[in-house]
Design a protein. Structure first.
Length: 549
């Protein structure tokens, strides 16, 4: 088998590239190990806690024991399914803050400033939140919608933020991210609008795009040039050849693993596994970042939360309603209000994110023992801790070793304490007086720095936003892995485009920025001129130097 382009990974960025490259008339083969995304566990938004906990759809990866979190091994879900992690995620859509991308450009990702990426965000989306205007798109493959926000708790959360003195924003993905307001999701007509539904299915209707179910073992490199991908399928090993380029889009965990298996990485680490060095790039697998969060949970005075459906009959009713009508509670991910705030004066743009949920429940689906309740997921956006992905062995079937090194920087502890104390203030506002019975966790007795730190150590969870393990930068940067055109430095004919290339993690959930990277990378691959930069200015608080809110 051969094609102009061979893409490894049918996830967020891979699907976008398959769509754009095939649209331009190029032949494309997409290699994906995971299976079908059909069925209600994936397609029903309200069932989001199921697929990320099912071996059928998830690689089942876990971190190494985290020394600063009591030696816990944290779940690291990655989609092993058509659509990749966009088929098992929480469907929350966040672009990231404008300043995130300006920082990318300042750190060596030339051409990836906010002015450069905004046109791609507009191209990729059809926004259903109102009139599109200058900041939003109206004709892209990716549908972005908002939940109905019928539960009064969604409005209480936003009003409490306003009462606490914070900004309110009508569109955090538009001009003004900072503030409390409605949350957006990749949901359309009651279905999960994954990268598979948005991009891959339309691409596969073209004769020049093919999906191959196989396990990618390594990139085949001949005389310094990538010529194909060695795969295993049907019990045999074969090579799928690329006439033009091989493109890795296998996630921030599996893309660096594939590079290392192919001889691209730290020479010393490759030698440990007897892998011949093709390109000595010590940045491969380094710079691993993630968002860590805790669930601030409160017992409800009124029986108005989703807990009333947290039983066999309730879930059956929600599921049946969705199957019959694609409506009801099953048509929402239930993340319908949110906030982005700054933690202190002198912080230019938001560094704390909130997801609000009208039930007290874990991501794995286990509800709080106290019954009716609600919660806010909260955590710092720009942790200074850095980890790494390394090989456990040279066996392509072996999981890599994932060390996030969470909470290894002292600032992370003070930032997290700040999150908890600011959150308590929000839930103490008048808007929540009719609803808050008491704090479930951490619990009102947890007050001192030491007590809060102990809670964080025991209860902090990943938000499942790994990135940065093949950082984009200038070609003379020894720790950069790809250049600003997503070309792997040191090997011809090989590109990488997914969340691995992020120089620094963006504000919020990473599905949106990952798709954007695929969209923009496609134009680099095609050798086109880039979309014209935008001259729109984002909102930044004029008082950020003087005040926290």
């Amino acid at each position: 088998m051969q094609a102009d382009y061979v893409i490894v990974g049918a996830g967020s960025a891979g699907c976008a590239m398959a769509y754009r490259l095939s649209e331009a008339g190029r032949s494309v083969i997409v290699i994906e190990f995971g299976g079908t995304d059909a069925g209600p566990f994936i397609q029903m938004p309200g069932a989001l806690s199921f697929p990320m906990n099912m071996p059928l759809y998830d690689w089942g990866l876990r971190s190494e024991p985290e020394p600063n979190l009591g030696g816990r091994r944290l779940a690291t879900p990655r989609g092993k399914v058509i659509g990749g992690s966009s088929s098992i995620n929480g469907m929350v859509f966040v672009r990231g803050h404008a300043r995130d991308f300006d920082h990318w450009a300042d750190s060596g990702a030339d051409g990836w400033a906010y002015a450069d990426v905004l046109p791609y965000y507009r191209r990729m989306e059809t926004w259903h939140g109102g009139e599109a205007g200058d900041f939003r798109g109206s004709s892209g493959p990716l549908h972005i919608s908002r939940g109905p926000r019928r539960n009064p708790l969604f409005h209480a959360f936003v009003e409490a933020g306003r009462q606490a003195g914070y900004e309110v924003t009508a569109d955090y993905n538009g001009r003004k991210q900072e503030g409390f307001g409605p949350m957006e999701a990749t949901i359309w007509r009651g279905r999960r609008w994954s990268a598979a539904n948005a991009y891959l299915r339309p691409a596969l209707k073209r004769k020049n795009c093919t999906l191959v179910r196989a396990l990618a073992r390594r990139v085949v490199i001949e005389e310094g040039r990538a010529t194909g991908v060695e795969v295993e399928r049907g019990g045999g090993i074969e090579v799928i050849s690329a006439r033009s380029e091989v493109i890795l889009a296998a996630s921030a965990i599996n893309s660096p693993k594939l590079l290392m298996l192919s001889g691209i990485g730290s020479a010393a680490h490759l030698a440990e596994h007897a892998i011949a060095v093709v390109a000595d790039r010590p940045g491969v697998g380094a710079n691993l970042q993630d968002h860590l969060e805790i669930y601030m949970q409160f017992a409800s005075l009124l029986p108005i939360t989703l807990f009333k459906y947290w039983n066999f009959w309730g879930k059956g009713w929600v599921g049946a309603q969705w199957l019959l009508t694609k409506g009801g509670l099953g048509a929402s991910n239930q993340f319908e209000s949110c906030a982005f705030i700054r933690s202190a004066k002198g912080v230019e743009y938001p560094d704390i994110q909130y997801h609000f949920l009208p039930i007290a429940v874990r991501y794995d689906g286990r509800a709080a023992a106290e019954g009716h309740g609600f919660q806010a997921h909260v955590g710092p956006m720009r942790s200074k801790s850095r980890g790494a992905v390394t090989l456990r062995s040279a066996d392509p079937k072996a999981d890599p070793a994932i060390r996030f090194n969470y909470m290894s920087h002292p600032d992370d502890w003070s930032d997290f304490r700040n999150c908890i104390r600011l959150t308590r203030e929000v839930f103490g506002q008048e808007a929540f007086k009719p609803y808050v019975k008491h704090e479930i966790q951490p619990g009102a007795s947890i007050q001192s720095d030491g007590e809060i730190d102990a809670f964080i150590r025991e209860h902090a969870e990943s938000a499942y936003h790994p990135c940065g393990t093949a950082r984009m930068g200038r070609r003379d940067d020894t720790m950069a892995v790809v250049d600003p055109e997503c070309r792997v430095i040191g090997v011809d004919g090989l590109r990488l485009a997914d969340s691995s290339v992020f120089p620094r993690i963006t504000n919020g959930n990473l599905n949106g920025p990952s798709i954007m990277v695929g969209e923009k990378a496609a134009d680099h691959i095609l050798g086109r001129g880039m979309l014209a930069p935008s001259n729109l200015e984002p909102w930044v608080s004029p008082r950020w130097r003087e005040t926290q809110r």
